[in-house]
Design a protein around this ligand. Sequence first.
Ligand SMILES: Cc1cc2nc3c(=O)[nH]c(=O)nc-3n(C[C@H](O)[C@H](O)[C@H](O)COP(=O)(O)OP(=O)(O)OC[C@H]3O[C@@H](n4cnc5c(N)ncnc54)[C@H](O)[C@@H]3O)c2cc1C
Length: 283
Amino acid sequence: MTVLVPLTLDEALSALAASPDALLLSGGTDAMVEVNAGHRRPSVVVAVNRVSELRSWTYDPIGATVRIGAAVTYTELMEPPLATLLPALAEASRTVGSPQIRNVGTLGGNLGTCSPAGDGLPVLSALDAVVHLASARGERSLPVHEFMVGVKRTAREPGELITAITVPILTGWQGYAKVGVRNAMVIALASACVAVDMGARSVRLALGSVGPTILRCPDAEQFAAESVDFADRRATAAVVARFGELAAAASRPIDDHRSSAEYRRHAIGVLAARLLRRAFPRE
Ligand SMILES: Cc1cc2nc3c(=O)[nH]c(=O)nc-3n(C[C@H](O)[C@H](O)[C@H](O)COP(=O)(O)OP(=O)(O)OC[C@H]3O[C@@H](n4cnc5c(N)ncnc54)[C@H](O)[C@@H]3O)c2cc1C
């Protein structure tokens, strides 16, 4: 096995151009599990976590966006100033694995794996993030929902890597919640992100672990936008309950070794209602 450790984006793209099917390795917290289990046997590995361009982030106050390099870790996302700009992403990051996993695990790796249970992904969905890809052929950018194709399937092509993720900054409350079999070191059985956009008077809702990939909930979003009081941050108990029902109805869970579909659907209703109540604390 050849392991290449490029230090610049150009070096990484050249390495990938020579070996388009190389295994990209960032923190390795998913990739090494697959290698150790024998599910992947790469002849070439391109480790991208020392590529300086992928390790940094920038805030554009005029465009109201943050561009996060693919190799930025959860630990970095949990701390200000990133945590202040993107509180739901920080909240999701705090739920990932253990400190050891959060110190090396990256947002780019979460997208690269594209598990429906990936904790960063419902937040990227609710915030309408854009994924930037590069190869020796050039660059392209995709809305996150075009990038996430299915269970552990993405639109990434051979020779491409994720360089960064652009995340719009919304004014309004945002939060993330997940349910698992315990409170830490746990894969989500169900997860949800609610993000309020005060400018557009909209409420975004994205669900994890209850479909082949992350799901947005247009019916629940429209209902909330028409039913809450944005100025006073009010929602009646009936509105909160109905929002939970619409979220549960939008979920498409399966039975598997971790949970029944019925429990997952119930959990989604509870999580969505709980998040809407946090966003609109007054009755
Ligand atoms: C003990 C443990 C606990 C965990 N707990 C959680 C959890 O609570 N929540 C959660 O969401 N995940 C969890 N994970 C999974 C994992 O930590 C996350 O998915 C993490 O974000 C992966 O990032 P990474 O940098 O380690 O990716 P890697 O393992 O390096 O890569 C993951 C995949 O993405 C690809 N990839 C990496 N970088 C790029 C890039 N720049 N461009 C394109 N493709 C790329 C790789 O080829 C690979 O297919 C856990 C893993 C372990 C081992």
